[in-house]
Design a binder for this molecule. Structure first.
Ligand code: NI
Length: 163
């Protein structure tokens, strides 16, 4: 089967997309509490996670990027650049922090790991456009392991994504 020139180009681009996942670690505390709900309702919804003194997690964070493999370097993105961006935007902000006190992120949202995933994606996505060093690589997914039993992930779905 012969492909038209445009289709052949699209297939060529698609087949050269690679994905890279980098893992980071940070520790933070939170209390699951919705100020719009009463004390009793908060206890019912969040159980022991509503403990007024909060509790901590050692979070494992995975950041997945995808893009064309740069012929000159053989890489999708330079890990040093990704580490710098994740370090400045995420680890400096959230490591050893009380997430409830991070008002820019959680003033109006409960710091569940679902919301933390979305917030980390948003923060990285905002930074992405200001980082020419990241080249054409796209931010594709953020995944958080909260405990050995719980993992959460967020990323706009598209047919290009493998999960
Ligand atoms: Ni928790």
């Amino acid at each position: 089967m012969r492909l038209c020139v445009l289709c052949a180009f699209v297939v060529k681009i698609m087949s050269s997309i690679a994905h890279l996942t980098r893992r980071y670690y940070f520790s933070a505390s939170h209390r699951l509490h919705n100020e719009a709900l009463g004390e009793e309702e908060n206890r019912r919804v969040y159980g022991k996670c509503n403990n007024p003194f909060g509790h901590g997690h050692n979070y494992a964070l995975e950041v997945t990027v995808g893009g064309a493999v740069e012929p000159a370097t053989g890489m999708v993105v330079n890990l040093a650049d990704l580490d710098r961006v994740v370090g400045e935007e995420i680890l400096e902000r959230f490591d050893h922090a009380n997430l409830n006190a991070c008002r820019e992120s959680f003033a109006s949202r409960v710091p569940t790991s679902e919301n933390l995933c979305q917030e980390i994606f948003r923060l990285l996505d905002d930074r992405w456009g200001r980082e020419p060093a990241l080249g054409t690589a796209r931010l594709e997914r953020v995944r958080i392991e909260e405990t050995s039993a719980n993992a959460f992930e967020y990323g706009p779905r598209s047919d290009n994504q493998p999960w």
